[in-house]
Write a protein that binds this ligand. Structure first.
Ligand SMILES: *Cc1c(COP(=O)(O)O)cnc(C)c1O
Length: 404
């Protein structure tokens, strides 16, 4: 398509979050009328408790604990492992700043490992760094890209190192048919508006380990005997009562009322997101200048965004020009390493102290493009997005030919 046939008026709004089903309204109205917003007021079956049961059922996990954010879930998971102060926690160098932040918050030290051009952990580098006195591993399935969990679990199990999963963007992703978030000791999910299930804010952790569940429940703010409202864990709780600090990161009932009617829609959203992603990916892959890396063979993805690499010869100026040309057409393409103060570029994580040189991850970030692609987009909107990006590439590359 010629560039001048696209106008930014046709650009879809990719920033709107997933819609809230109408069924949420009656429950919200009921909660507003009764004022029953605190999860532990009702003797049983509060909306938050029901959400936990439903979410555990959805993923096939024994326990779920709903909290205020995925960041809170990551923090509580680390605390529930009872690591000593200053313990070294291995995380990927490509993730959202919330991940190293949770490690710092838990009084641990984040250690970065390299991520390759396919957005997944470099297993050779991971194995090498695992030997460096690592107490726990926090895998972040960044933007829903699943690293090789078979290799990671084999390496960690052999050394008795616990694995936590940041599955904020991986709800509905399968690894050899198993739900992502149920492979490590704990899986953490987000209900922030840019994720598959939208509650504005919120998070949840799942685990099969009764001790971790009990510890996390108490620390999340189940003070006094409120833990009795979490089914199936009574023995462990009496042991931990009053021995753990309360961080008060509970979820409130209104959030659960917004989330619960979205859970039955998860698999439809996953399917739509994957179809949308694969359609745009196949169009972009026809360009010699772009590459959307393939998923690993064990992986069935649940994408709500699309990442692609600029391949061949691209200068920084050309890469920036691509962002600008796409923007003129109403499409925001963010190159992680070329957008200022990007929270996903590890060199901006000044709060972790000395920032290591991660050349492989850095090279990827300098040419990896980030594009939102919500599950609700329709075929015409997807085609507009693909046309706009391909047209922006043509413009940048034509300018180079003209200059030569
Ligand atoms: C969004 C996100 C988080 C943080 O989730 P919150 O619920 O906003 O705390 C953590 N990790 C990744 C990979 C994310 O995308």
């Amino acid at each position: 398509m010629a560039p001048n046939t696209l106008t930014c008026d046709g650009a879809p709004n990719v920033y709107d979050a997933e819609p809230i089903p109408d069924q949420a309204r009656a429950e919200i109205e009921r909660l507003l009328c009764s004022g029953d917003l605190f999860r532990y007021t009702a003797p049983e079956a509060s909306p938050v408790a029901l959400l936990e049961q439903e979410f555990a059922g959805l993923l096939g996990a024994r326990y779920a604990l709903a909290v205020s954010s995925c960041s809170a879930a990551l923090f509580l998971s680390l605390k529930a492992l009872d690591l000593p102060k200053g313990a070294r926690v291995l995380i990927p160098a490509f993730t959202f700043a919330a991940v190293p932040s949770a490690v710092i918050h838990a009084d641990c030290v984040p250690v970065l490992c390299e991520v390759g051009a396919n957005f997944r952990i470099d297993i050779g580098d991971f194995a090498e760094r695992l030997e460096g006195d690592i107490a726990a591993v926090l895998i972040s399935h960044m933007r829903g890209h699943t690293s090789d969990m078979d290799a990671i679990m084999a390496l960690c199990d052999a050394r008795g190192i616990p694995v936590l999963e940041d599955a904020a963007h991986s709800l509905g992703t399968l690894w050899s048919g198993k739900n992502i978030g149920t492979i490590g000791k704990v899986g953490c999910f987000s209900f922030q508006s840019y994720k598959l299930v939208n509650a504005g804010e919120g998070g949840i952790l799942v685990t099969d380990d009764p001790e971790i569940a009990a510890r996390a429940v108490i620390m999340s703010g189940a003070y006094e005997h409120n833990w009795k409202k979490h089914a199936g864990l009574q023995n462990s709780f009496t042991h931990w009562q009053n021995r753990l600090p309360l961080y008060n990161m509970r979820m409130q009932n209104l959030s659960a009322a917004v989330i619960r009617p979205q859970l039955p829609l998860v698999w439809d959203r996953v399917e739509a997101g994957r179809r949308n992603h694969d359609h745009v990916a196949s169009r972009l892959n026809r360009s010699d200048w772009l590459d959307v890396p393939s998923p690993l063979p064990q992986e069935e993805r649940a994408p709500d965004s699309l990442q692609f690499n600029l391949i061949g010869q691209w200068s920084d100026a050309e890469a920036r020009a691509l962002q600008d040309a796409a923007k003129v057409l109403g499409i925001s393409v963010q190159i992680f390493g070329l957008s200022e103060d990007n929270a996903r570029a590890f060199w901006n994580w000044k709060f972790i102290g000395d920032i290591p040189d991660m050349p492989k991850t850095r090279a990827m970030l300098m040419r990896a493009c980030d594009l939102r692609l919500p599950a609700r987009l329709k075929p015409a909107e997807l085609n507009y997005i693909a046309d706009a990006i391909l047209s922006a590439v043509d413009q940048v590359k034509a300018a180079r030919t003209n200059a030569a």
